[in-house]
Design a protein around this ligand. Structure first.
Ligand code: XMP
Length: 527
C-alpha cells in the first residue's frame, strides 16, 4: 500500500485513482496523520500538492517521523516544497510569476542513463505545472534529475536516500506519461504489489462502514434508481443489511412506470430495505402555474426535502421503538469524487461537506439538527469506477449503465407549464425513443437521451383532418463528463422511424424534431 498524505490539492484524489488504475492500492489520509497512529506500514509515501505556502504561519507540515521510516518518499508540488523547507527554510520562495500550464521536461542523463524515476521516459516529456512558490536553491544532498526551460529544479532526488520531488503534477492527464512516472515510483522504487482489485475495495469499504456505523447503528438514505444512489445503497445493504433504510420519493415526474420498476429492482433484485413515499399529487399540484425552469427546480428540491424529512421521522420513530437496533446515526449520500473536488481535506472531513443538487443533498438543519453524520462511500470514485463497483456488487448491466436522469425529472423536460397531461405525453414519447435506442443497440454508446415537449403547438394533417397539436423534441448526446457534449449522429432513417412511431402512438403530438445543438452553447437539458 502506498500512503498518500493530502495537503489539500484539487488533484490529490487523482493520485490514488492513477495508482488504482495500476492495480496498486493507495490510501489517502490527511497530511496531519501521525506515523505513530498508523496501524500499517506503507511501501512508500506520497506528499500531495496543496494551496498553501510552506513558509506561512499555519501552513500544514508533515510528521518528520515518515523520513525515518526508511521507505521511498515522493513530494509533488507543495510536497516538494515541504521537503525542501524541512531541509532549510530559505530553500522555498514565492516565484515572481505563477507557472501554470504545459512545460517541456527533459530528464537528465548521468553516464548515459536517466534516473530510475524517469525510466522509459527518456525523450521530451509534456508536463503540467501549477504553482506559485518555487525552490530558490537545491536542498543539501539533492541533485537535479529533470528540468524544464523555466524550472531548473522540475524534478530532484536525494543523493543516497529514496526521496524524490516533482514540481509538476504527474497525476493529471495533461502530463503525458504521468502514469508511467507514478508506476516507476510505486512499482519500480517502492516495490508495491499490483494486486488491487475492485473486489478488494468492496471488502475494505464494507469493513469501514461496519466500524463506522457500529453494531446497532442505523443508516438512512434517499434513492432515485440512478447508478450512484443504487450502488451506494447496495454497498450499505451488504455492510449492514436491513439497518440501512432507503427512501424512494415518487415526485410524479419520473419516467413511464419508473417508480414501480425502481421499487421492484431495489427490493427483488438487490434486497434493499425500501420505503416508497408516493407524493406525486403533492408535486403535480404544486407545479401548476410554474413556468420558470429555476422555480421548478426550487419547488421540486424543497418539496423533496419536506417529504423525505417526514419519512425519515417515521423511520426514526420506528427505529427508536425497535428492540434489536439502535438510533439512526448516519445519512447516506452517493457523492462522487467530481462533486467534492474543491474539498480542503487537511482540515478534516467535516470541512468538506457541501450540499449537492442531486437527490440526497439535504439541508444542514436535517443532518446537524438531528445529529446525523454523513456517510459517503463513493466519494473517492469517478463515474466509471462506480459502474465497476456496481458490477462487482452483482448489479445488473442495464442498471449499471443507466443514463443520468435529473432530480427535477420530466418537469424540466416539459418546457413551460407542467400539467399531468403534458407529463404523460413527454413520458410516452420518451419511452418510445429510449426503447428504440435500446433495440438498435445504441444505448451504451449514448451519454444521455430523452424526449421533451415544446411549449408551442404546430399545425398538421392527420386522417384528412387539420390538427393543431404538440411538438416533441428529441435529444441524444455523446459526452464523457457531461460538461461538454455533441449531438449523437443517428442515421437519418432511424430518426424518421422514431418520429413516425411517436406521432402515431402519442395522442396530442403531431410533430417531432431532433436537437442538433452541442454544449456549449447549449446545455444537455432544455431547461
Ligand atoms: P446540463 O443541462 O446542465 O446537464 O447540461 C448536465 C447534467 O446534469 C443533469 N442535470 C441535473 N441533475 N438536478 C439534477 O440532479 C438538476 O437540476 C439538473 N439539471 C441538469 C443533466 O441531466 C445532465 O446529466
Amino acid at each position: 500500500t502506498i500512503l498518500t498524505l493530502d495537503f489539500g490539492s484539487q488533484y490529490t484524489h487523482l493520485i490514488t485513482r492513477r495508482l488504482r488504475e495500476l492495480n496498486v492500492y493507495s490510501e489517502m489520509l490527511p497530511c496531519t496523520q501521525k506515523l505513530a497512529d498508523l496501524t500499517w506500514k506503507p511501501a512508500g509515501v506520497i506528499l500531495s500538492g496543496g494551496p498553501y505556502s510552506v513558509y506561512e504561519d499555519g501552513a500544514p507540515h508533515v510528521d518528520p517521523a515518515y523520513f525515518e521510516l526508511g521507505v521511498p518518499i515522493l513530494g509533488i508540488c507543495y510536497g516538494m516544497q515541504e521537503i525542501a523547507y524541512r531541509s532549510n527554510a530559505t530553500n522555498v520562495i514565492a516565484g515572481t510569476a505563477r507557472e501554470y500550464g504545459h512545460a517541456d521536461l527533459q530528464a537528465k542523463k548521468v553516464d548515459g542513463f536517466v534516473d530510475r524515476l524517469f525510466e522509459g521516459l527518456e525523450g521530451n516529456m509534456k508536463v503540467w505545472m501549477s504553482h506559485g512558490d518555487k525552490l530558490a536553491k537545491l536542498p543539501e544532498d539533492f541533485h537535479v534529475i529533470a528540468s524544464t526551460q523555466n524550472s531548473e529544479y522540475a524534478a530532484i532526488a536525494h543523493q543516497t536516500k529514496d526521496i524524490y520531488c516533482l514540481q509538476f503534477h504527474p497525476e493529471v492527464t495533461h502530463t503525458i506519461n504521468g502514469v508511467q512516472l507514478l508506476k516507476n515510483f510505486a512499482v519500480g522504487i517502492c516495490k508495491a504489489q499490483q494486486n488491487w482489485t475492485m473486489a478488494k475495495f468492496v471488502d475494505q469499504e464494507i469493513a469501514r462502514i461496519r466500524t463506522l456505523v457500529g453494531e446497532t447503528g442505523q443508516v438512512l438514505g434517499a434513492v432515485s434508481g440512478g447508478v450512484d444512489s443504487t450502488v451506494a445503497a447496495k454497498l450499505m445493504k451488504e455492510a449492514i443489511g436491513d439497518r440501512f433504510h432507503a427512501v424512494l420519493v415518487n415526485n410524479g415526474v419520473m419516467r413511464l412506470n419508473e417508480c414501480e420498476q425502481v421499487q421492484k429492482t431495489l427490493t427483488e433484485h438487490l434486497g434493499i430495505n425500501l420505503i416508497v413515499a408516493d407524493a406525486s399529487k403533492l408535486f403535480l399540484d404544486g407545479l401548476k402555474g410554474i413556468t420558470d425552469p429555476e422555480q421548478k427546480r426550487k419547488f421540486i428540491g424543497g418539496t423533496f426535502i419536506d417529504v423525505f424529512e417526514a419519512e425519515a421521522k417515521k423511520i426514526e420513530d420506528a427505529a427508536a421503538n425497535s428492540p434489536k437496533a439502535g438510533k439512526i446515526n448516519f445519512f447516506l449520500q452517493g457523492t462522487l469524487y467530481p462533486d467534492v473536488i474543491e474539498s480542503i481535506s487537511f482540515k478534516g472531513p467535516s470541512a468538506t461537506i457541501k450540499t449537492h443538487h442531486n437527490v440526497g443533498g439535504l439541508p444542514k438543519r436535517m443532518t446537524e439538527g438531528q445529529g446525523l453524520k454523513l456517510i459517503e462511500p463513493l466519494r473517492e470514485l469517478f463515474k466509471d469506477e462506480v459502474r465497476d463497483l456496481g458490477r462487482q456488487l452483482g448489479i445488473a448491466h442495464d442498471l449499471v449503465m443507466r443514463h443520468p436522469f435529473p432530480g427535477p425529472g420530466i418537469a424540466i423536460r416539459v418546457l413551460g407549464e407542467v400539467t399531468p397531461e403534458r407529463v404523460e405525453m413527454a413520458r410516452k414519447a420518451d419511452n418510445i425513443f429510449i426503447s428504440m435506442i435500446r433495440e438498435a443497440g445504441l444505448y451504451d454508446k449514448i451519454g444521455q437521451a430523452f424526449a421533451a415537449l415544446d411549449p408551442s403547438r404546430a399545425v398538421g394533417v392527420m386522417g384528412d383532418k387539420r390538427v393543431y397539436e404538440n411538438i416533441v423534441l428529441l435529444r441524444a448526446v455523446e459526452t464523457t463528463d457531461f460538461m461538454t457534449c455533441n449531438p449523437f449522429p443517428f442515421e437519418h432513417e432511424f430518426l424518421v422511424r422514431v418520429s413516425t412511431r411517436i406521432v402515431n402512438e402519442v395522442q396530442g403530438v403531431c410533430r417531432v424534431a431532433y436537437d442538433y445543438t452541442s454544449k456549449p452553447p447549449g446545455t444537455i437539458e432544455l431547461e
